[in-house]
Design a protein around this ligand. Structure first.
Ligand SMILES: Nc1nc2c(ncn2[C@@H]2O[C@H](COP(=O)(O)OP(=O)(O)O)[C@@H](O)[C@H]2O)c(=O)[nH]1
Ligand SMILES: [Mg+2]
Length: 249
């Protein structure tokens, strides 16, 4: 593990993976090419296509590539939580969270970091956003875009957050924010981790900024998002509201 030099802060890019064998190494290469301060942490839940094995092999000759190989307690949320905890243990000052499927493009990361560190502003989280001017969902039809808008409206109302893209899984975190929201105690087992952490950040009145991104469809493979998971997402938001109302989060 390379130690960050006093002038370069360590940026850990956390990438949860499940059957992403075709996507992960090209993405990791792009991320590492962003600069010597970048480290890639892949959190794989023992993918049957051997994604973890590819990363394990590549990490032997790339000290800035790390693998967290999970074999129990699987799920997008659990993997995300463990990735954040490991990133903090590695000494990250900034943590990126993104999909492995190339829908989140590395070229936006320097812009997101710049926004996080802009002088005179108190920002603790930056979202790669499809909902602000200049951002877009490149390949979605009108119906899908309408659905996304409705989902955002619902989440904004339920959780009392003001951001435009509540479902963005492309985010840039200040390490202090992750500590402030006690990320190790994240309870969502699945994709609702995205809304849980957004809510907890807003609850603590930590500044959230959005940077426009163009979102692409995944390059290879299939999304793990099913109708069941989508519906679970809506109930997860209700549950968050309830937990907050009863003072438990
Ligand atoms: N470790 C781990 N990663 C997962 C799991 N489910 C999904 N992922 C990863 O989480 C990211 C988001 O999932 P994706 O299928 O792209 O969902 P979508 O973007 O909502 O369509 C991708 O990088 C997936 O490989 C899981 O159970 N465990
Ligand atoms: Mg995806």
């Amino acid at each position: 593990m390379p130690r960050p030099s006093p002038t370069t802060d360590l940026v850990v890019c956390t990438v949860p993976t499940y059957t992403e064998a075709e996507n992960i190494l090209p993405l990791a290469r792009e991320l590492l090419a962003l600069g010597p301060q970048f480290v890639v942490l892949v959190i794989d839940d023992h993918s049957p296509d051997g994604t973890w094995r590819l990363v394990e092999e590549a990490a032997k000759s790339e000290p800035r590539l790390h693998l967290l190989h999970r074999t129990t307690d699987k799920g997008r949320g659990r993997a995300g939580r463990d990735g954040f905890v490991r990133a903090l243990e590695l000494g990250a000052s900034t943590v990126i969270e993104m999909d492995a499927d190339h829908s989140h493009q590395p070229r936006y990361i320097p812009v997101m970091i710049e926004r996080l560190n802009r002088r005179g502003e108190q920002v603790g989280l930056v979202l790669g956003s499809r909902g602000v001017l200049g951002g877009r969902d490149a390949h979605r039809g009108l119906f899908r875009q309408l659905l996304t808008r409705c989902a955002n409206l619902y989440i904004r109302m339920m959780l009392g957050v003001t951001v435009r893209d509540c479902n963005s899984g492309f985010r840039c975190w200040r390490a202090e924010t992750l500590r402030a929201i006690d990320v190790a105690k994240t309870f969502s087992p699945g994709p609702a981790i995205v809304q849980e952490l957004l809510f907890k950040t807003a609850q603590r009145k930590i500044g959230i900024a959005e940077v426009p991104i163009e979102f692409h469809n995944r390059l290879h493979g299939q999304s793990t998002l099913t109708l069941r998971i989508l519906l679970q997402g809506y109930t997860a938001v209700l549950k968050l509201r309830w937990l907050a109302l009863t003072g438990r989060i």
